[in-house]
Design a binder for this molecule. Structure first.
Ligand code: SAM
Length: 275
């Protein structure tokens, strides 16, 4: 058994499945993830869900400073006991989804990287929160379920292509860094995982006049699967068919095109016509 696994076992911690507690223990893998995240001494890192501190230790060694936000109060003394000698670490107890992250990260050098083996039950809202525009983030390097990685990396027309692909590819240049089988966690989750790295683009992948409208149009594209974009626009924007056809053809698209086939560029043209 690895030393890290032994340490986690010795803490007599009863894993909380409800908090997505699947810990990493393989030192080789932890080093690989830290390297893939591209963390350097010039940069500060926000870690979400440090757990027992296995990844945190590597991040502290690689980064300038690490701020780790952990919800489970039971883990705070374990983290302090394990990582007390890491003078560049700050641990904050709280729920990442409800803390004021601007305040919590005020002391970090900007922009900072977010590196985490996240709890899977908050994956999509967390990515939306981190990319929402309120935080100066240079990139996200996240462990996610394989199925979510497929969505983040999907291409237009593929089954996995959807609102999450559009959000991530509009704002970032996502890539798959490491595939991680379930047995690399303790306890093992039911699904395989993937570590994905999403460097934030200097400017979005396509030019849009109104970002909120662009995302409304992107969501509309998937409102009714296998329906035409015209039908989806009618349902979402409550306009008549003639208006929706005018928008779609005005963006240079076939009026029969299905929502899920639209590329980022086509969604942007459509949003700009509607605007
Ligand atoms: N980083 C550790 C590792 O890789 O071994 C633990 C990762 S584990 C998948 C997810 C961690 O996130 C757990 O420690 C869990 O308690 C914590 N967590 C769950 N929900 C959270 C939330 N809303 N805010 C902050 N941390 C949370």
């Amino acid at each position: 058994m690895s030393k890290t696994k032994e340490r986690i076992r010795e803490s007599n911690l009863r894993y909380k499945q409800s908090l997505g507690q699947n810990f990493l223990y393989d030192e080789g893998l932890l080093a690989e993830l830290t390297a893939a995240a591209g963390v350097t001494k010039d940069e500060d890192v926000l870690e979400i869900g440090p757990g027992c501190g296995s990844l945190t230790k590597h991040l502290c060694d690689a980064a300038n400073r690490v701020l780790a936000v952990e919800l489970d109060e039971r883990l705070i003394p374990l983290l302090h006991a394990f990582l007390d000698e890491k003078k560049n670490l700050t641990v904050v107890q709280g729920d990442v989804m409800s803390l004021n992250l601007q305040e919590v990260t005020a002391e970090l050098k900007k922009p900072f990287a977010v590196v985490a083996n996240i709890p899977y039950y908050i994956t999509t809202p967390l990515i939306k929160l981190l990319l929402g525009g309120d935080l100066p983030v240079s990139r996200l390097a996240l462990m996610v379920q394989q199925e979510v990685a497929d969505k983040i990396l999907a291409q237009p027309g593929e089954d996995a292509w959807g609102p999450l692909s559009i959000l991530c590819q509009f704002l970032c240049e996502p890539r798959l860094a490491v595939k991680v089988p379930a047995e690399m966690f303790t306890p093992p989750p039911k699904v395989d995982s993937a570590f994905v790295v999403l460097p934030v683009r200097e400017k979005p992948a396509v030019e849009v006049k109104d970002r909120d409208l662009f995302f409304r149009v992107a969501n509309a594209a998937f409102a009714l699967r296998r329906k035409t974009m015209v039908n989806n626009l009618c349902a979402t924007f409550r306009v008549d068919r003639a208006k929706a056809v005018e928008w779609v053809t005005g963006a240079g698209l076939d009026e029969k095109i299905r929502g899920e086939k639209l590329t980022l560029e086509e969604l942007a043209s459509l949003a700009n016509v509607i605007e």
